[in-house]
Design a protein around this ligand. Sequence first.
Ligand code: MSP
Length: 648
Amino acid sequence: MSSFYVTTPIYYVNARPHLGHAYTTIIADTLKRFYALLGMDARMLTGTDEHGDKIVKAANKENKSPKEFVDGISHEFSTLWKDLKIDYDQFIRTTDPEHKKSVQTLLQKIYDKGDIYYGEYGGHYCFGCERFYTEKELEDGLCPQHKTKPEYISEKNYFFKMSKYQEWLKQYILDNPDFIRPERYRNEVLAMLEGNVLEDLCISRPKSRLEWGIELPFDKDYVCYVWFDALANYISALGWGNSDDLSKFNTYWPAEHLVAKDILKPHAIFWPTMLKAADLPIYKHLNVHGYWLVKDTKMSKSLGNVVDPRFASEHFGLDAFRYFLLRDMHFGSDASYSEEALISRINSDLANDLGNLFSRVLSMNAKYFAKEVPALGELTEEDEQIFASVDNAAQNYIQLFKEVRFSQALEGLWEPIRLMNKYVDSQAPWTLFKEGKSERLATVIRVLLENMYKISVLLYPVMPESSQKMQVQLGKVFSLHAKLLDDLLSCKVHLRTGASIAEASNLFPRLEKPAENPEEKKQNTKNAKQKKTKAKEENADTALIEFADFQKLDLRVGTILVAELHPDADKLLRFEVDLGEEKPRQIISGIAEWYKPADLVGHKVVVVANLPPRKLRGLVSHGMILTAEKGEHLSLLTSSAPNGAKIS
Ligand code: MSP
């Protein structure tokens, strides 16, 4: 059986997992399931990157030892993946003893080859990036990523002769056009290799400065540079360099790597040259995606705009969330996350198109054929069109999936889904039923059921649970085997005539309005308050109104006849105010914090009498009692004028 091996970046444990991490992990899971569907022995690796300065700093901040700290956050990642039902085979941690051993084997191998040397180096070191920058790379003297001033550090270190492999790497990328994909990232890497002479890579840190790392096997005064250590995870996880049993490595390597554009250089330049120096086969592809943005900005903890994938998947449904992520990001480009976009995508594609197709067809089948699969009769041109469009979309879908173009693959698959909905309309089974054309009715329903089954299988990698639910409804659940997709596509009929199937169901309920997660809600209320205060301040300074605007106000004097607590709100009082009209007016006012109702009866107040009626916690207010406010103080505006007197 052929094999497939997909990896995610191993995530830093100095921050908690968010949507960005979840996206890469979800697409890795999707790819694993896709290749399993193709009949391959598919394996997925994810994990956490736990060494380096950043981690030590984050641990210090929380008054924890590095180990205690990394254990906590690594656990958060692994439990999130379990909650998101990620089917990973292995979760690697760079603090695992096996991994440490592999890194040392790799270092020793390259050292013995003569590709690691000891030298003096002075450079601008950014602690955020954990790397040295050359003068040329800095922007106005600052780190281009963190916009902070790097520290100039001069010290003796070990270097990997990366420059030696520059020409080889360039040629390798030219000879293998989809080695780094999409193309824009390949071009970016080629530009890095063509324009400059690659510098050798500093791969050590003196223990005097940093102890939290893997000791160099040839010098115990140094630990390994965190990126050199981290990249090796992809092979150490397969047992390379830490065990005599190389069967896993031989079965699964080389890998298909998934990363975002932030870590292009280490994966596209450091890693292949490291593999080459160690005489190991180069990975298959580097698949590079863009960023998920929130309101056009990259998510970050400090901006408070990180999206919590657990909340989103629980709230909108895990499969629907997965579908949205895969459908709305064009692999390689940035995409915007918003609950509005997510709801609109789910409602249109899942509730309207796919869900509707299932519920219509299953309910007709229940009504006309007592929930049994009807027989397929002679096929018309329209029937053949449905089969052809599903087969055609399936072929494209498979090809596009292999090219990691998930969004286009799904877009294409939705064409036959929409076509099937139209086919229901044009074939009008209800008319066939009325006219007693039962054989034709059976064929129409069977054409639909067979093609719905195919779609349900194809959707397994993207929406595993819904795929299974659809199959349960159709009375046939697939099991993975080598020829599954070949069989699926080479044959028109998969269901058994007479087999019983489900009644209509609501696979993807329509979503009504964006959810507010408790954290966001707090933040939104805070923002709204700040905005209101700011607007007030601005208005106080600048806003002049026209006299005509003032004249629009109907301000009148009235006497409070009744004052009592609002039955459903602590802050509100209910009044009946005599404004000299036929009947007293009911007015609801938010002044319960300042006044006791009994103290107000008989008081004369000023009322805005021409506001539209407004319901406040179930009671309608016909106006507003005016108050004067400063800081904590609030008092009612009063007047000795008779009831109904107009203020002008
Ligand atoms: N530890 C290194 C990777 C070492 S791999 C040998 C690292 N870790 S990280 O925690 O910063 O993770 C970066 C990765 O997280 C990105 O490459 C991407 O996979 C994912 N994402 C983090 N934020 C993201 C977005 N806003 N959008 C999409 N993915 C992003 O770098």
